[in-house]
Design a protein around this ligand. Structure first.
Ligand code: AMP
Ligand code: MG
Length: 330
């Protein structure tokens, strides 16, 4: 008797599962791929999504891009009146209230700084600005200027009060630069906006920082192609970030200087390294890709392995992949 009741229960569950599968397929069959690209955060942001029609897709693109524009207004160090730049001017020795977005990115940055012993450091803004100018001038920054800028940096001079959601900086002239983590956060946020509108099969790519939800209909994941060496990943509900020096760099005296700075020396990385991180959230993938670039292959791999649910591939003169790397073993 008990067994037969179990049997009926199991069969009812099976029917339910089959019915769900059938309705999902029926619903998916009516989905179409839509794609849009807009300039945001100093780069091009591409969104791919599956929707029933243009009536659903168009406002969804609008809302997702508006969210990214809102985040740029909070997190940009290029926009003089961004929330970040206002905080840098006013939070010297005084706690200043921050939006949930700015505080969230600063808190993730501060945690990563502690975990990497300062290899990832968003207070490096003064040094990063000198290197940006150096790229424009096509010559190395002045050593004395670098020392002076480094003296205004250091993550221990950034104080966050989680209960009050306030930010305080120790010294005037400090500058926070979220370029190594903000795009991943923005990709997550745009994806969340789409999900809230009922669009779960979507991918947001802010240049090298991707966040994606459920896979395209009938597929196990989104196909993500990596270069040098070529590798194809098929992933859903996660994020992938790549850091490298292909796009922004300075060539002087036969050396190529990256846009990533080693806080220990204030020098731009001059050894070639390309890092790809797979994580659950874009904010983690983005921050870690930059951090691992600074740490180098050995210490970088140790950091990746220590983070649950994170995988990575590091390309220097050789290719190493972490144990959880989802691609072929390179
Ligand atoms: P990504 O392309 O995500 O690796 O970020 C590179 C950007 O991160 C640079 O253009 C700088 O704005 C910023 N950055 C450079 N070096 C560091 C560092 N050591 N820690 C945190 N951010 C950095
Ligand atoms: Mg990054």
């Amino acid at each position: 008797m008990r067994n037969s009741r179990k049997f009926w229960q199991a069969e009812r569950l099976l029917h339910l599962a089959l019915w769900l599968a059938a309705t999902c397929t029926a619903r998916d069959a009516g989905l179409h791929l839509f794609e849009a690209v807009e300039p945001h955060m100093g780069t091009l942001v591409r969104i791919k999504l599956y929707a029933a029609g243009a009536d659903q897709a168009k406002p969804a693109f609008g809302a997702a891009f508006a969210r990214i524009a809102e985040l740029d207004g909070a997190l940009s160090d290029y926009q003089p009146e961004s929330e970040l730049n206002r905080v840098c001017r006013t939070a010297i020795g005084t706690p200043v209230a921050a939006s949930a977005d700015l505080f969230g990115v600063l808190a993730a940055s501060r945690k990563l700084a502690e975990e990497t012993n300062g290899a990832f450091d968003v207070t490096l803004g003064p040094v990063i600005r000198l290197w940006r100018q150096a790229r424009r001038d096509r010559r190395l920054p002045d050593a004395a200027a670098l020392r002076e800028a480094a003296a205004r940096s250091g993550y221990r001079k950034l104080h966050l009060d989680t209960a009050r959601r306030t930010v305080m900086l120790d010294e005037p002239g400090m500058q926070i630069d979220l370029g190594g983590i903000a795009k991943g956060y923005a990709a997550d946020a745009a994806l969340a906006v789409l999900a809230a509108l009922g669009i779960r099969r979507a991918l947001v790519a802010a240049s090298g920082d991707l966040a994606f939800g459920d896979p395209p209909p009938g597929r196990r994941g989104w196909t993500i192609g990596l270069d040098s060496p070529a590798c194809v990943l098929e992933l859903a509900n996660g994020a992938v970030s790549t850091s490298g020096d292909e796009q922004q760099h300075l060539d002087v005296g036969g050396r190529r200087y990256s846009h990533i700075i080693d806080p220990a020396t204030s020098m731009a990385l001059a050894r070639p390294i390309g890092v790809t991180i797979v994580a659950r959230r874009g904010v983690d993938a983005d921050g870690l890709a930059t951090a691992v670039s600074v740490l180098g292959a050995e210490r970088g791999l140790a950091l990746i392995e220590a983070r649950p649910g994170v995988a990575g591939r590091i390309v220097t003169d050789r290719v190493v992949a972490s144990t959880r790397w989802p691609g072929a073993r390179h």
